[in-house]
Design a protein around this ligand. Structure first.
Ligand code: SF4
Length: 352
């Protein structure tokens, strides 16, 4: 076996989000692919595998550990201006041609990513929580690769983080299962979910099925998690008016107070020939979100070029509440209790 893959397979532990099948295979319940895996075989993500009838899952390492502004996740209504200690692992259950983190996410699926195994660093859940406290972070976040495929490891970290008084969050493509969300619920504060398209054909090209992402959004809201939705606006993929009308209507159908971030694509990975999203296109998408009734619409990745779409406004009196430029908070006027200081309307989110 390739030496990189040996290292990766050794950093595993038996999965709990799994069940044995009568035919001897094991079914993974961590993500909506629900892979049924024969002995010696792997799931679609390639990092969970059946070893002698036991499903093995990533454990005991991070491939990135950074103190980021929470605005970078992006979250707009979750402890603005605070630090989020963010870790990633390796692998993904999708294969988006424009992935910004492709070097770590596409390990074992694309040979050019083999050397990402060199980024693995052994660590314990308690050490991650300790690092968050040392860095004055308020939140521990699983991001950079898809968190659902490494859910057992995140649950262990989040238990430690919660015990230390920290918040926790997933930055996810939303390809979850009810079993996975239920397992996480006692330890998870918030989830950012990508709604990459409103078109199932597009989702299938990226490696998933639209309806499962919609189910994750719905389940997360019903479970009481703080949810923000993100759409990376990729020219030619999801930026038509019809698609944007349908996508924003879907979000507002769940709730008009879900923050929706529409963010700019930068040429990357297998889509280096595609033009970057323009500020005009982002602003037009944000306006469509407003027309669909969404009360908190944010345009990201082109700081200073999208007018007030980086800021938070009170939906009742239009007072500007938070002024942002990129990941920086220039002013935050929301009261400690999460209200507009002018009209006292409650602004949904986690503010303390
Ligand atoms: S995490 Fe998803 S892709 Fe990976 S083995 Fe489990 S069900 Fe399959």
């Amino acid at each position: 076996m390739n030496k990189f893959y040996e290292t990766l397979d050794m950093a595993t532990k038996q999965a709990t989000l799994a069940r044995g099948l009568p035919d001897g295979r094991v079914q993974c319940l961590a993500c909506a692919h629900r892979c049924k895996i024969s002995a010696g075989m792997r799931g679609i993500c390639q990092v969970r595998f059946n070893e002698d009838g036991r499903l093995m899952a990533p454990w005991g390492y991070v491939s990135g550990l950074r103190a980021d502004p929470i605005e970078k996740k992006p979250f707009a209504h979750f402890l603005p201006g605070s630090i989020a200690l963010t870790y990633g692992m390796l692998g993904c259950n999708f294969h988006c041609a424009y992935c910004q983190n492709w070097f770590t996410s596409q390990v074992r699926r694309d040979p050019v990513c083999d050397e990402a195994v060199g980024t693995m660093r052994a660590i314990t859940p308690a050490q991650v929580a300790q690092a968050a406290l040392q860095m004055n972070a308020r939140t521990v976040v699983s991001s950079y690769n898809e968190p659902f495929i490494t859910i057992e490891w995140s649950t262990a970290i989040f238990k430690e983080a919660k015990a230390a008084g920290l918040h926790t969050a997933f930055v996810s493509n939303g390809y979850g299962t009810p079993e996975a969300i239920n397992a996480l619920l006692p330890y998870l504060s918030a989830i950012k979910i990508d709604l990459k398209s409103r078109n199932d054909k597009t989702y299938r090209k990226l490696g998933g099925v639209l309806k499962h992402v919609l189910e994750t959004i719905e389940l997360s809201l019903k479970a009481g998690l703080w949810v923000e939705v993100v759409t990376l606006l990729v020219p030619g993929m999801n930026d038509s008016l019809d698609e944007l009308f349908a996508l924003t209507k879907t979000i507002s159908g769940y709730s008009t107070t879900i923050p929706w971030h529409v963010t700019g694509f930068h040429a990357n990975y297998k889509m280096r020939a595609t033009e970057n999203t323009t500020a005009e296109s982002l602003t037009r998408a944000a306006e469509i979100g407003n027309e669909a009734g969404l009360k908190f619409v944010y345009a990201g990745n082109i700081p200073g070029a999208v007018g007030s779409y980086e800021d938070t406004h009170c939906p009742s009196c239009r007072q500007t509440l938070i002024i942002r430029r990129g990941y920086r908070i220039l002013e935050n006027r929301i009261t400690a209790g999460g209200k507009c200081p002018r009209c006292s309307s409650e602004i949904p989110g986690i503010w303390e």
